[in-house]
Ligand binder design. Structure first.
Ligand SMILES: [Zn+2]
Length: 425
């Protein structure tokens, strides 16, 4: 039976390539969230032709949603002949901006040297196309399958997923009993199963000062110098401490197995808009940084925040006139699906069969839409699995390999077989 399924996918190779290129041609750049509606309609039309019922759901009132840039999602469902579980393939249709450095048109869907090029080729229109072709091949070989299959194309993953998976999860579309197993075809490489991700805490830290004439700084109080004290305390204490924290979870790349923090930005004093003139002399009364702290499954978010706050509190008691404010911007708790969860086991069986090797289990350094499925939908049988090389995501000349897409489509089709028909279980 597997042979038949695999042949059905191989026979669709040209279709898979064309579908990937077609999807790339919708410039679904986020922000602002361009071309979401035509791209969702294109996916919906394709699924309708394969016998799916399709729904278009706009994330009304979510960040960025407007009549000009509606947050249009598509959810397609096809019932089987008899009752059984539902397997859902969820892909985001948004891409990040193309940026500089391309040698091909980022929205042309160029096919060359066994690869499809374009913004979103690997992250993750190639994965969406592979899942659609996997489903269609499965339907041809097993028209009498039990349960149900769903395919969704959702928006705004790159900006947090609030108008996409979070919104749909809020409507109950990612919960039992409607859905049992979810595969997210993010580009984790065809032989790797991504079980979850690290946690995130974004915050803005502001130091405060007193404005005065720059020729007499002793009359004021420099917020930038106070921030300098914060940064040097981070250098001396916080970064070395984070570097010592190691997770037992298989985060890739290996550098992300430790706790990390990025300082995303720093702004202090007057604006830099004085060009082409000269700046006026002022003692800065405010300085702000944004921190991006990524934490491990073993860490507690209150401790993560406490490490930063205790440094700020100590500066407040030790350093004259030091004052600060912290504003939380976003927090996501780390999560990890168990390796023996049904969906992970099904994908693993597919990898063994198709690639003849054991899967690598990984955890992502950054978050993706699995967080909403777990936290809002309370559905934990979810993994990310898809073609494409993660390191190529968001880079110029992004591509996805055609052979990789074919192989991962086979793995996805076999996963369906295991989860719906119990084959190989
Ligand atoms: Zn992605």
């Amino acid at each position: 039976m597997n042979e038949q399924l695999f042949r059905a996918i191989e026979a669709r190779t040209d279709d898979l390539v064309a579908l990937t290129a077609d999807l790339i041609r919708f410039p679904t750049v986020n922000p602002p969230g361009d071309a979401y509606t035509p791209c969702a309609e294109f996916v919906g039309e394709r699924m309708r032709r394969s016998g799916f019922e399709t729904r278009f759901i706009r994330g009304e009132g979510t960040p960025g949603d407007s009549d000009r840039y509606p947050r249009t999602n598509v959810v397609a469902r096809r019932e089987g002949r008899s009752p059984g579980p539902t397997v859902h393939f969820n892909s985001h249709i948004d891409v990040v901006e193309a940026g500089e450095g391309w040698t091909v048109d980022p929205f042309a869907g160029t096919v060359r040297d066994g690869k499809v090029f374009g913004r979103g080729a690997c992250d993750m229109k190639g994965g969406l196309a592979a899942s659609i072709v996997a489903v269609e091949a499965f339907l041809e070989v097993h028209p009498d399958y039990p349960g149900a299959i769903e395919v969704s194309g959702t928006v705004d993953e790159e900006s947090g997923g609030f108008g996409g998976v979070a919104y749909l999860a809020g409507l109950g579309l990612f919960s039992k009993p409607r859905v049992d197993h979810v595969i997210i075809p993010e580009p984790l490489n065809k032989d790797r199963i991504c079980l979850g991700h690290r946690g995130v805490w974004w915050a803005e830290i502001e130091t405060k000062g007193t404005i005065a004439h720059g020729s007499m700084p002793f009359l004021g109080d420099s917020a930038v110098r106070h921030m300098g004290a914060v940064l040097s305390a981070f250098e001396e204490e916080l970064f070395p401490a984070l570097d010592l924290k190691q997770t037992r979870t298989p985060v890739v790349p290996e550098g992300a197995r430790r706790s990390t923090m990025n300082i995303n930005s720093i702004h202090g004093g007057q604006t830099e808009d004085y060009y082409p003139g000269l700046p006026a002399p002022n003692v800065p009364d405010s300085c702000r940084i944004v921190i991006d702290r990524r934490f491990l499954l073993e860490e507690d978010i209150q401790n993560v925040k406490g490490e930063v706050l205790s440094i700020l509190e100590r500066l407040k008691s030790d350093r004259p006139r030091f004052d600060y404010a912290v504003r939380d911007l976003m927090e996501v708790l780390p999560l990890m699906t168990e390796r023996d969860a049904p969906v992970a086991a099904a994908v693993a069986a597919g990898i063994r069969e198709v690639l003849g090797k054991e899967p690598d289990y990984v955890v992502s350094p950054g978050t993706y839409d699995q967080k909403h499925i777990a936290r809002i939908g309370h559905l934990h049988d979810c993994v990310a699995y898809g073609p494409g090389i993660l390191d190529l995501a968001h880079t110029p000349n992004e591509w996805v390999g055609i052979a990789d897409m074919v192989e991962s489509a086979k793995v996805m089709a076999m996963s369906l077989d295991v989860l719906l028909r119990g084959v190989g279980r």
